[in-house]
Every structure is written in C-alpha cells, then in structure tokens.
Design a protein around this ligand. Structure first.
Ligand SMILES: [Cu+2]
Length: 200
C-alpha cells in the first residue's frame, strides 16, 4: 500500500521540476543568474535622477499633447524612469511623459538609460515585438527582445535615496511598431508599457 502512495508523489515531483526547468529555460534573456538578480551596480541620487528628466536642446522633440518623444538623430540616448514617485504605479516616464510613444530613426544607435524610480517594486524593460494585451507572465515567457540585447533585467527599488540604474545600447536595425514593456510578472498586463516606433 505504501508504494502506491509514493509513486504518485514521485511523478508529481518530476512533473513539477520539469515545469520549473521549462519556465527558467524560456527565460534565458530574462536573467541568467536568477529572475530578479538584476544587473544593477550603478545607483543615482534624486538630483541625478531629475537631471535625466531635463530635455536636451537638440535631437529630441517632446510633444506632451500627442504623448510622444521623438529622437531625431542616429546616436540617441533615451532616459527612462520606471514608476517615479509622481507617476502612476505601473508606468515608465520619459522626460516627464507617462508611457509616451518613443520614436527613433531606423539604424539609430540607441543608448537606453534605465532607472528604477519606484520605492517598493522591482522593474525592468524589454523592447519587444510582442503586442498588447500582455499576459500576466507574458513578458517573461514569450515577449523577448526584438533588437538583440534590447532589455534590462529588473532592478531593485529605491533604497535610502539611491536609485538602481543600468544602461544598454542596441541598434534599431529594423523599422516597425514595437513596444517597451516591463517584464516583471503582472506589470505589462497592468499597463506598464508604451509604443516604440522605428521609422525610416
Ligand atoms: Cu515593472
């Protein structure tokens, strides 16, 4: 009798382990050393955080009415703040706009400076071809980066006035309508995303 009870438990365990391996296998781009380990190392204080919000005199057209931020050059820097104090819970801020449509030229070398402005949640970002609506786990399981390494692993929340930051560079090689989304489960499905248009 005992054996019969043990067998289903073993099968259950093996299936369980299999599912975990499958889940993490599909998350290779999400984090090689754990889903929430992040790739931080750089921290900003509140002053340098607000400096990221000041619009440069050239190369950027901020249109608050259309909620668009257009980068006109071929070497662009996009400062992106996740869930800043004065913004909605699940949002990105670029030059003070909430989840704006970001427009870059095809072929542009994009430097994405990402800061977690939140004080109680991890946030990351992926520029993806995946379109909304997003599933709860969607960004982790299927909505991978569209431009090689166009993602930043989730960074920890603000701690003692220090904001975790990381940056990446990628080439906006192909034109099209893409999205930048937060890959933390439940965030993109709650509206933490914006359009990322590559125009020629
Ligand atoms: Cu998030």
């Amino acid at each position: 009798m005992k054996k019969r009870r043990i067998l289903p438990s073993i099968v259950f365990l093996i299936v369980g382990i299999g599912m975990i391996v499958f889940a993490f296998g599909g998350m290779g781009w999400f984090g090689n050393s754990g889903a929430f380990s992040g790739n931080s190392g750089v921290t900003l204080n509140a002053t340098s955080l607000s400096e990221l919000e000041s619009v440069p005199s050239t190369g950027v057209i901020v249109n608050a009415t259309a909620n668009t931020v257009e980068f006109t050059g071929y070497e662009v820097t996009i400062p992106m703040i996740a869930s800043p104090k004065n913004g909605p819970m699940y949002s990105f801020s670029v030059y003070g706009l909430v989840n704006p449509t970001i427009i870059v030229r095809q072929g542009a070398e994009v430097k994405l400076i990402f800061v977690n402005g939140d004080n109680d949640m991890y946030h990351g970002v992926v520029v993806t071809a995946g379109t909304p609506p997003y599933l709860y786990m969607g960004a982790m399981m299927s909505d991978g980066p569209v431009f090689g390494n166009s993602f930043i692993l989730p960074l920890p929340p603000e701690s003692s006035g220090k904001y975790a930051s990381a940056s990446i560079t990628f080439k906006a090689a192909q034109s099209g309508n893409f999205y930048y989304i937060c890959q933390v489960p439940g965030h993109a499905s709650n509206g933490m995303y914006g359009k990322f248009l590559v125009e020629n």
